[in-house]
Design a protein around this ligand. Structure first.
Ligand code: MSP
Length: 501
């Protein structure tokens, strides 16, 4: 059985969840649901990143201990994922004991293999990034990401000998061209490696809010090294070798472009140093911009999923971000575009299809849904749509997958408009077009279930089918003719009430 182990970044507990964080998590959730439909063995991980200076300072500013800060904000992320029907199988917090054990084991392995050595570090540090910068990387003397002053820091540190791993990293990129996608992000990572890698400091003595270095208790690990290892922890590294062997070869990281260097350079190198395989896949997406800028606490432009779900519902929320935000480039968030997408695809296309079919089945077929025609012209389209959608989900392109799926919805509506069964006498022509439309509803409910977590089950219920389309199995469930006919069809309230802009 193919395996799919999908991860999101673990989110810092200094900030409240916003639609940028949710974008990655909803995408990971949709991919997990797609792979479950395909019958794959799926593990889906998300969680929170709780150590480091940034969290410690936020806690101080809030009058909390770092642990209290972490508990409070980690719970907010967890609640947000519940609100959005996120189906993660595990939720990791880096303050958990299982994570301390794994970090110590993995870093000890890198140390024992000779890749970690003691030295002194002096550099310009951005606390918000938890990263050192060279003079050349600063913009007007400020951190290029946060546009904030950096601080001069000097410490005795253990260094990871990253520079000595450049050739092995390049070999890995060459051997596995699909490891990092999309292509231009892969090229960006290759550019960083070819541009020359410096050894990096992986421990701190100036801070105690972190995982202790097992061979030198005066140090804790630098938060990024602690954080990256979460993916291995949750797979069983250092505690359950059989589980680790099962999941690690199937790991697929989703990340925003802000953390490309960490995931596409430092992390694969650290895996090599510790003697495990570098990640199987890393898919990098762009920023969701608000008013042309990345959301941040300091820009006061954060939008929370809980601002939008009451208006659009969970399905409307998820559908918009998956359909309108292409995975890869940056995209601007627009409330108007969200309303327009909801009205066009959900209220008008899908909602209307269900409403029309269930109304006409009452008046022309006595409330009993007819079977689809085996030789329907929609059968060929359905096969094409399935192929395109499957291909797009595999390529981590939810927007294309949903675009393909809605072609079928539009075609079924067009067929109804052509035949106009509401005006026609009951008979074979009416039965055929309604049967086809019911079959499209059955199929679309399955194919849309990675994106929509609520409506598909309701569609099935109303057309008389039992069970949950999210638990169907592909490709079998995509074969034309699955709607048996002869089932009671229910007319109900609009599935997606229209919104006024
Ligand atoms: N804690 C680190 C990640 C450690 S992973 C081992 C971190 N956390 S974060 O809270 O800042 O979240 C970063 C991730 O949230 C991004 O990589 C991205 O996936 C998501 N996003 C945060 N803001 C975003 C946008 N404005 N747009 C899209 N995604 C964004 O970095």
């Amino acid at each position: 059985m193919p395996r799919f182990y999908v991860t999101t970044p673990i989110y810092y507990v200094n900030d409240a969840p916003h639609i940028g964080h949710a974008y990655t998590t909803v995408t990971a959730d949709a991919l997990a649901r797609w792979h479950r439909l395909m019958g794959d063995d799926v593990k889906f991980l998300t969680g929170t990143d709780e150590h480091g200076l940034k969290v410690k300072r936020s806690a101080e500013a809030n009058g909390l201990t770092p642990q209290e800060q972490a508990d409070r904000y980690s719970a907010r992320f967890r609640d947000t994922w519940q609100l959005l029907d996120i189906s993660n199988d595990d939720y990791i917090r880096t303050t958990e004991r299982r994570h301390h054990v794994a970090v110590q084991a993995l870093m000890q392995a890198a140390y024992d293999n000779g890749w970690v050595t003691l030295g002194t570090y002096e550099g310009l540090y951005c606390v918000a990034c938890e990263a050192y910068y060279s003079e050349g990387e600063l913009e007007d003397g400020l951190c290029p990401v946060h546009k904030r002053p950096v601080e001069l820091m000097k410490e005795d540190n253990y260094f990871f000998r990253l520079s000595a791993l450049a050739d092995r990293l390049l070999e890995w990129y060459e051997r596995d061209p699909a490891a990092v996608s999309p292509e231009h992000k892969r090229n960006e990572a290759l550019g960083l490696i070819r541009g020359g890698l410096q050894d990096i400091s992986v421990t701190r003595t100036s801070l105690d809010w972190g995982v202790q270095v097992p061979w030198d208790s005066s140090h804790v690990f630098y938060v990024w090294y602690d954080a990256l290892i979460n993916y291995a922890t949750a797979a069983g590294y250092g505690s359950d070798p059989a589980q680790f062997e099962r999941w690690w070869p199937a790991v697929h990281h989703l990340i925003g472009k802000d953390i490309l260097r960490f995931h596409c350079v430092y992390w694969p190198a650290l895996c090599m140093a510790a003697g495990i395989d570098p990640p199987h896949r890393v898919s990098v997406h762009g920023y969701l911009l608000v008013g042309g800028e990345k959301m941040s606490k300091t820009a006061f432009n954060q939008i929370s999923p809980s601002d939008l779900v009451p208006v659009f519902g969970v399905d409307g929320y998820r559908y918009h971000f998956l359909r309108d935000q292409q995975f890869g480039p940056d995209g601007e968030f627009s409330y108007e575009a969200m309303v327009a997408r909801y009205n066009a695809d959900l209220a008008n296309n899908l909602g209307n299809l269900l409403a029309r079919v269930s109304a006409v089945v009452q008046t022309k077929c006595g409330g009993i849904g007819p079977a689809p025609a085996p030789d329907s012209p929609l059968a060929r389209l359905a096969a094409e749509v399935y192929r395109s959608a499957a291909d797009a989900w595999e390529r981590v392109s939810p927007s294309e997958a949903l675009e393909a799926t809605w072609r079928l919805v539009r075609a079924a509506n067009a067929a109804l408009e052509e035949v106009e069964p509401w005006k026609a006498e009951p008979g074979p022509a009416v039965d055929a077009v309604l049967g086809d439309a019911l079959e499209v509803l059955r199929l679309v409910a399955v194919l849309a279930s990675p994106a929509l977590t609520r409506a598909p089950a309701e569609i099935w219920r109303r057309i008389g089918l039992q069970g949950d389309p999210g638990e169907a199995r592909l490709p079998e469930a995509a074969a034309w003719g699955g709607y048996p006919g002869g089932l009671p069809v229910e007319k109900g309230a609009p599935l997606f009430p229209r919104l006024n802009g």
